[in-house]
Design a protein around this ligand. Structure first.
Ligand SMILES: Nc1nc2c(ncn2[C@@H]2O[C@H](COP(=O)(O)OP(=O)(O)O)[C@@H](O)[C@H]2O)c(=O)[nH]1
Ligand SMILES: [Mg+2]
Length: 613
């Protein structure tokens, strides 16, 4: 398609404001998806996405739209996730587009990710098209919300589109605006070919599938290519676009978005952020290959490296699965560029991996994807943040695992990550939010009215306090009305101590945590109590202790108990016995032998519920 008739845009919004539903309407309006195959949020293709009702992966689809001017345009639409943990997905999608549709729920208003995504899109130089969504809802307040959006983006409220992704009202006007306002892609079709890999996935049979945005020149089936950063050379086996299923074509040219398959199986050879170019020389294979005979020399700007913020250990329940877990992590990393990992050995849990994530939801999703997509059973240890240390011998140390904390006597300073948090809520919840932030060692850094009813608060908070149950607490104390967005804001010195947990007198490295000194006693007490409730009774008393160094600060005991479930059902009901035994087996599933004691998965995550009463 002629470049002037291409428009690339992504849909961004706070979670649940209706991105995926709007994408559905656009797919219908453009007859992209067979009405019989249509289902709600059709682009959320992963089982996990459908079950949870959230978008995890960005999805790029090509649609054709005949506009009011009678011309047919080729649009590439990228639906994005809304949760703060997936901001990296959004920023990569933005780099493949010239425009962004900003969707705002007219019954809610501007939320934390509305603001964050607006800034991202503006920084990326995109044309921003705001629209108020869910106008069909009786609770919609388009006037108020238009005011908030207008304040945010600096455009008059009456210029903001009003739509309903549910009924489809106003969706054609959105497409007309897109065509009128979003510039066509600017790349040079005659320059040496360059394409940005903005995402990728691994297919068991076909190897790496790279999602590309062609910037200059064109790429055709059969052509030899080179990945500029990795130095990988390969040939294009297959090239095409998403409709939303894979649709092969002969070539993709400047401005177009699609996929490319080379048969490369090694996931490290075609990385997200790398630039592809063609190699000169006689093109082998069929098709109108050849294209440009020159090779690009300047790679495209890739992506900033993302820094994982939250770490936990992942251990296979069955230690024989260790090699499979490594393999799965390698493959998943390709589909999830923000995931990092390195081998970890625990005295208590054996061989596993220390994994880095962008947040708790990301951690949860990764664990679940590893289990489902790679058929593994895993145990996750308590999440923790990174600590930077200066030792008394002036050595600098980065610690990703509380059990790696050196002896306190050797530490001159410990620094922990701080975040700048933006919290948005209706005015009446400001008090509750301030109280929560104060309990979590937060420092108030600003307050701003988005409209007379809605307030944006800024706080500096230690990331470690967010990793606990901050988000749940925020939601419950504001009846779900507050939203949160944050970004890392450097490391700051803090008075932190390592808290050890001993089971039956033995320290369990996988249960160690690093906490603020002033909170250590309280956390020690709550933690031992939570653990007592989660560790099944054994045939002898099991003491659970929390200690700082050699100093025991809390103690609980799991009382001995002989578990003889069958004794209860005397009489001959064999099916009932079988059921009970099966149930017991089920219960054992997520257990890990730690010394003489079987510890269930929940015990390792007890820390996540410390704030609960
Ligand atoms: N009433 C109404 N509900 C909507 C509309 N758009 C989306 N929803 C609902 O809002 C929820 C979140 O929608 P979804 O598209 O998954 O949001 P996303 O997280 O931004 O992708 C779903 O239950 C949708 O059915 C709309 O225009 N009107
Ligand atoms: Mg969605």
């Amino acid at each position: 398609m002629d470049q002037s008739h291409i428009r690339n845009f992504c849909i961004v919004a706070h979670i649940d404001h209706g991105k995926s539903t709007l994408a559905d309407r656009i797919l219908e309006l453009t007859h992209t998806v067979d009405p019989r195959a249509m289902r709600a949020q059709v682009l959320d293709s992963m089982d996990l996405e459908r079950e949870r009702g959230i978008t995890i992966k960005a999805q790029a689809v090509r649609v054709f739209y005949t506009a009011a001017d009678g011309e047919t345009y080729q649009l590439h639409l990228i639906d994005t996730p809304g949760h703060v943990d997936f901001t990296y997905e959004v920023s990569r999608s933005l780099a493949a587009c010239e425009g962004a549709l900003l969707v705002v729920d007219a019954a809610q208003g501007v939320e934390a990710q509305t603001v964050a995504n607006t800034y991202l899109a503006v920084e990326a130089g995109l044309e921003l098209i705001p629209c108020l969504n869910k106008l069909d809802l009786p609770g919609a307040e388009p006037e108020r919300v238009a005011g908030e959006v207008s304040e945010l983006i600096g455009e008059p409220p009456e210029s903001i589109l009003r739509i309903s992704g549910k009924t489809g009202a106003g969706v054609d006007a959105v497409l007309e605006q897109l065509i009128a306002r979003v510039p066509p892609p600017a790349g040079d079709p005659d320059a040496p070919p360059r394409a940005l890999i903005f995402d990728s996935e691994f297919d068991q049979y076909r190897g790496v599938i790279a999602y590309i945005r062609v910037v200059d020149g064109s790429f055709a089936k059969g052509q030899p290519i080179r990945a500029m950063a990795a130095g990988t050379v390969a040939e294009i086996d297959d090239i095409g676009f998403f409709s939303p299923t894979m649709s092969p074509v002969q070539s993709l040219s400047a401005g177009e978005v699609g996929y490319l398959i080379t048969g490369v199986k090694d996931v490290t050879q075609l990385r997200v952020g790398d630039t592809l170019t063609t190699r000169p020389g006689p093109a082998s294979g069929a098709g109108p290959a050849g294209g440009s005979r020159t090779e690009a020399t300047e790679p495209l700007p890739g992506y900033r490296e993302v820094k994982p913020m939250v770490f936990c250990g992942l251990f296979p329940i069955d230690s024989d699965d260790y090699p499979d877990l490594r393999d799965a992590l390698e493959k998943l990393t390709l589909n999830d560029a923000a995931l990092s990992w390195e081998p970890e050995t625990s005295d208590a849990l054996g061989f596993g991996f220390r994994c880095g994530f962008l947040g708790l939801l990301h951690m949860d999703i990764v664990r679940e994807r590893l289990e489902r997509e790679y058929d593994l059973e895993l145990l996750a240890t308590m999440p923790s943040v990174e600590f930077d240390l200066t030792l008394t011998n002036t050595e600098e140390l980065e610690v990703h695992n509380p059990s790696d904390m050196p002896d306190p006597g050797t530490i001159a300073e410990i620094r922990e990550p701080f975040i700048k948090a933006q919290l948005i809520a209706p005015r009446e919840h400001v008090g509750a939010i301030m109280e929560l932030c104060q309990e979590r060692r937060g420092e108030h850094a600003g307050m701003h009215y988005l409209s007379p009813e809605r307030v944006q608060l800024t706080y500096d908070l230690p990331l470690a306090e967010i990793v606990l149950d901050f988000f749940d607490q925020l939601k419950s104390r504001t009846r779900g009305y507050a939203s949160l967005d944050y970004e890392l804001d450097g490391m700051r010195p803090s008075d932190l101590v390592k808290l050890d947990v001993l089971l039956a007198g033995d320290p369990v490295d996988a249960l160690s945590m690093v906490v603020h000194r002033e909170k250590a006693y309280e956390i020690g007490r709550t933690l031992t109590e939570k653990l007592r409730k989660r560790i099944p009774r054994q045939q002898y008393d099991v003491p659970i202790q929390a200690a700082i160094g050699s100093h025991i600060i809390a103690r609980e005991t799991v009382k001995a108990f002989r578990k003889d479930v069958i004794a209860k059902c005397y009489g001959g009901d064999i099916t009932r016995k079988k059921k009970l035994l099966e149930k017991q087996k089920e219960g054992k599933k997520r257990m890990k032998q730690v010394g003489r004691i079987e510890v269930p998965q929940e015990a390792f995550l007890a820390v996540l519920e410390l704030g609960e009463q």
